[in-house]
Design a protein around this ligand. Sequence first.
Ligand SMILES: *Cc1c(COP(=O)(O)O)cnc(C)c1O
Length: 424
Amino acid sequence: MAGGARSRELYRRALRVLPGGVNSPVRAMRAIGRDPVFVERAAGSELVDVDGNAYVDWVCSWGPLILGHAHPDVLAAVGEAAARGTSFGAPTAGEVELAEEVAHRVPSVEMLRMTSSGTEAAMTAVRLARAVTGREAIVKFAGAYHGHVDGLLAEAGSGLATQGIPASPGVPAAAAAATIVVPWNDAGAVAAAVDEHEVAAILAEPYPANMGLVPPGEGFLEQLRASADRAGALLVFDEVISGFRVAPGGAQELAGVAPDLTILGKVLGGGLPAAALGGRRALLERLAPAGDVYQAGTLSGNPLAVAAGLATLRRLDEDAYARLAATTRALADGLREVAGERPVQVAAETGLLTVFFSADPVRDWTGAAACDREAYGAWCRGLLDRGVYAPPSQFEAWFPSLAHTTEDVETTVAAAAEAFAEAA
Ligand SMILES: *Cc1c(COP(=O)(O)O)cnc(C)c1O
């Protein structure tokens, strides 16, 4: 069984002092109809809960832990940094080294501004795009997530390209009105949106993984580049998940399409809070104090986070990506095999995977939203009870890491077969 008496007791206490018992909604496991599992510790691919149950962890903190939990290099780097002091509010050598490393890896990035979260980096990207173009409208895709920024919490209504309506109470209508939401993988809708509106930026997760993994169709990212160029808008890739994961230089390297601005996070901080906005020097130098666009952060470029990020990136060589690709492929193949003739689709790209409970391949948010979430929930609960910690939502990706072994894949596939049989 997953969870236990200590998890239940902590959840009871948590519900009194934390809204919903958690500090970020998906952790509550409501989407799969069960109570959260409280974590005691983790190492490599193994997570242990407060009741002593062990799991093969495919969530890995939702993406940062590409090396797995508690990697010795990361722990050593963080320990050394902490011994020198945890924060100075003044520049350090580590920030320069991390920025140099990122600029070296990510094709379109010459310069970085670091933040503590992906949300902040996305907010900065929008502000900078608006400042540079003198326009306000942002095109985003239905089902894409860019953090909890007011203006980006907008969903599509019906129709091809709709004016955004707020997806949460508390978001001013005016903040969402400048957001135009279009369907993913629909180049015609993007072209129509940039024709109709004065667009500052097209904002895309190049490998969307927040509606489950829905890769771009053939040529779609190139079409985004062309639409942005034709409209005089910036192309912004949110690579908070895909960055340093699907390839050493992220999705832009894999696809060979260069955005104007890139949002990075998750792997960048190696499990500590760090994110960044990157791009060409001429654009980034609009940020204060080089330029006039204001942006700041007390803990931005935090020395511990920078040390964890650098230690992580230094392990990510060609061989690492070959191993990550092999692990992901083995997991995807195994899950497809045990799914058999069931209405299940396994989408996968290096370091990312989603099991959609759908009869048809998923190409956009409409397809993702049509999945059988009840069936996913039952299957996922079955996995948890067999010691496999898969994302507790149909709309979140699995995050294979370099710590996952052949044995982890075998355990998971065997558990998946039983959970499928049980759910049927
Ligand atoms: C996680 C995520 C964010 C937000 O990052 P936080 O650090 O959680 O604020 C933004 N964009 C994408 C694509 C993400 O997956």
